[in-house]
Write a protein that binds this ligand. Structure first.
Ligand SMILES: Nc1ncnc2c1ncn2[C@@H]1O[C@H](COP(=O)(O)OP(=O)(O)O)[C@@H](O)[C@H]1O
Ligand SMILES: [Mg+2]
Length: 274
């Protein structure tokens, strides 16, 4: 682990005024007619070793926000730093060292079916990110075996293909793959939404264990407010691209100040007994 190189007092992720606009095109020549603001002037801080959840209804900009951090969509405006290092052009630079954002931050998606190449074996899927970084085959394979074990999959999984696994197992594979480069931050976008309810809790426990064991910091997107309540240190509530409420989970979820947050919490189904 490379934790020791970072001062533990600096935040894992710091975002100021993050704005993402998508061009709206039209006409015969598909000219840009206007812009749609999907994320509007959002700021937050993710402290090291913490979980911050981003909540809000579908289409409010949650995925766009986290995708812009790893360069999957371009950031229109704003400042972003990792462990105190400003990020520019996909790189986090300090006076001593430069990191690629993908060395420090990895993303896990909702759908473990489409995010794994069906033609690659687990061994190929897991080793590819580190082989691309110059690791030898043996080093890559031993790291892959270590991570398979860490996500509770048998070593025999190495020579299988994604279709041979259940949804929950595939999400474990995605988690193992994301950890191959030993990232410090995970961005989890609705990672349990496509899974059976019985499997969801296992994946959430795994993420929470990994956070403790590996000192990960996690940005967690979910529409399940019970999960958010159970896991989060901080919560950011988004509404039409804006951050309408942000703070410690206890405060935001038990004493929301914003009308939209109140509605969001009131819409959570509760099970009444008796
Ligand atoms: N590549 C894109 N081009 C244009 N509009 C997009 C693109 N990606 C997302 N959007 C729009 O941005 C808004 C936010 O989307 P998204 O971040 O996926 O929301 P969420 O994850 O909260 O459901 C939506 O209105 C969506 O249609
Ligand atoms: Mg989304």
């Amino acid at each position: 682990m490379n934790t020791e190189i970072f001062d533990s007092a600096v935040p894992a992720v710091e975002v100021r005024g993050l704005t993402v606009k998508f061009p709206i095109r039209g006409g015969v020549f598909s000219k840009v007619k206007d812009f749609f603001t999907a994320v509007d002037d959002v700021s937050f801080t993710l402290s090291q070793g913490k979980i911050m959840s981003i909540v809000g209804e579908s289409g409010c900009g949650k995925s766009t926000l986290v995708k812009s951090l790893v360069g999957l969509v371009p950031m229109t405006k704003g400042e972003f730093s990792l462990f105190g290092m400003p990020v520019k052009n996909g790189r986090a630079e300090s006076t001593q060292k430069t990191f690629r954002v993908s060395d420090l931050v990895q993303m896990i998606f909702q759908d473990p079916f489409s995010s794994l190449n069906p033609r690659q074996t687990v061994s190929e899927i897991l080793t590819a990110p580190v082989i691309a970084r110059g690791f030898s085959f043996d080093e890559s394979r031993s790291r892959a075996l270590e991570l398979l074990d860490r996500v509770s999959l048998p070593s025999g999984a190495m020579d299988k293909f994604p279709h041979e696994f259940s949804g929950g197992q595939r999400q474990r594979l995605c988690i193992a793959r994301s950890l191959m480069v030993r990232p410090k931050v995970l961005l989890c976008d609705e990672v349990t939404s496509a899974l059976d309810v019985s499997v969801q809790a296992q994946i959430l426990h795994l993420l929470d264990d990994l956070r403790h064991d590996l000192g990960l910091s996690i940005l967690f997107i979910s529409h399940d407010m019970q999960v958010v309540r159970a896991l989060s240190d901080d919560v950011l509530v988004m509404y039409f691209g804006h951050a309408v409420e942000y703070g410690p989970a206890d405060e935001v979820l038990t004493n929301p100040q914003n009308d939209y947050t109140k509605k969001l919490l009131a819409s959570v189904p509760t099970i009444r007994r008796g």
